[in-house]
Design a protein around this ligand. Structure first.
Ligand code: SP5
Ligand code: ZN
Length: 343
């Protein structure tokens, strides 16, 4: 199974985030990617590829994100010269050091998502990992590809960022794949993918389905309700399944089957999975009650769709559990897809 990942993705490493009146250590750490990679490369069934950059990719970002947003993100990020140097709107001192940095926060809707040393580079290479993986999938020689996307992406929209996300990796990949046929996105992160939803809300070629913790009770708090079904030509092509904060396997399974049934009816050429492993018990940023074993069932159910799939990483913050959850999920997907008829 091919994995796309660049070491440039490790550079971004803010010290802290601000939530409910407290400054806390940043959860979306570079070690997430390091530990996952470590778990995967010790198995000969995985092969790590470096994403390649070419100028078409840089332009491709503009299909999803506003040019001014991209330019300011790059500029402010690159104005930070050393590791540990981050700007955040909850940290007035950081903005005194560089008053120009303030302008990026007009695009930010929370206090979780600092900008600084390595932010642009890491976000850019994370997006390229997703795009290179999508390219390989579109060539048709693979049925499953994994993009080890860190920083994650599903909270980033055309004009906004937040929730540890800067560039929407899954949306970029879906946009790329949609050139060849209909694309379904299955977002199983604990948090609703407000960025991805907003990007495809008025479009019918890309179906967005999400299973997440009910928005009145969980971040991002303002999107994710079941009534949000899309708009204009996209009406009926957005499907949210909000769940209770302490949801266990029984309820999760029935939500999953609903989402998969909707995807099947849509009959996509490709599936993009926004894989957030913060749905498992003991995640510091989630509260569902799913055992680690459920990672296998989840993958197996998704693979039963028998649609060529790109897996992109979103959340998952328990560093002790994350590597094994990802490993089990990917191996199960790969085995099951190989067992399906075509190959
Ligand atoms: C991609 C993704 O999963 N983003 C999630 C961002 C939401 N984080 C909410 C932050 C909640 C505060 N942190 C809780 C830590 C408890 N010590
Ligand atoms: Zn999440």
């Amino acid at each position: 199974l091919e994995i796309f990942f660049s070491y440039n993705q490790l550079k971004h490493n803010p010290p802290s985030e601000f939530f409910a009146d407290e400054i806390e250590p940043y959860l979306e750490v570079a070690d997430r990617a390091r530990l996952v990679l470590d778990r995967l490369i010790h198995d000969v069934r995985f092969k790590v590829s470096q994403p390649r950059h070419h100028k078409d990719w840089a332009e491709f970002l503009l299909k999803i994100h506003d040019p001014l947003y991209l330019a300011i993100l790059k500029e402010v990020s690159e104005s930070a010269r050393q590791p540990g140097d981050y700007y955040a709107d909850f940290d007035p001192e950081s903005l005194e050091r560089n008053s120009d940095a303030q302008k990026i926060f007009e695009f930010c809707y929370d206090t979780l998502t600092p900008i600084g040393y390595g932010t642009w580079e890491s976000a850019y290479w994370s997006a390229l990992s997703a795009l290179n993986a999508a390219e390989l999938l579109r060539k048709g020689k693979r049925r499953v590809v994994f993009a080890l996307t860190r920083p994650p992406g599903h909270h980033a929209g055309q004009f906004f960022f937040g929730g540890y996300c800067y560039l929407n990796n899954a949306a970029l990949a879906a946009e790329f794949l949609a050139v060849s046929g209909k694309v379904a996105i299955l977002d199983f992160d604990f948090h609703h993918g407000n960025g991805t939803e907003s990007i495809f809300y008025a479009r019918r070629r890309v179906l967005y389905t999400s299973i997440h913790c009910a928005p009145i009770l969980a971040y991002p708090f303002y999107t994710g309700s079941a009534d949000a079904r899309g708009t204009g030509r996209g009406t009926g092509y957005n499907f949210n399944i909000p769940l209770q904060p302490n949801c266990g396997e029984k309820h999760y399974r029935s939500a999953l089957h609903n989402a998969l049934r909707t995807i099947k009816e849509f009959s996509p050429r490709y599936l993009v999975v926004s894989a957030g492993f913060d749905i498992f018990a003991d995640d510091p940023d989630g509260s569902f009650d799913l055992t680690p074993d459920f990672s296998e069932e989840l993958a197996s159910s998704i693979a039963s769709l028998d649609v060529s799939s790109l897996i992109v990483l979103e959340g998952g913050y328990n560093l002790k559990l994350l590597p094994q959850l990802v490993y089990t999920f990917l191996l199960t997907m790969d085995k099951k897809m190989a067992g399906n008829s075509h190959f």
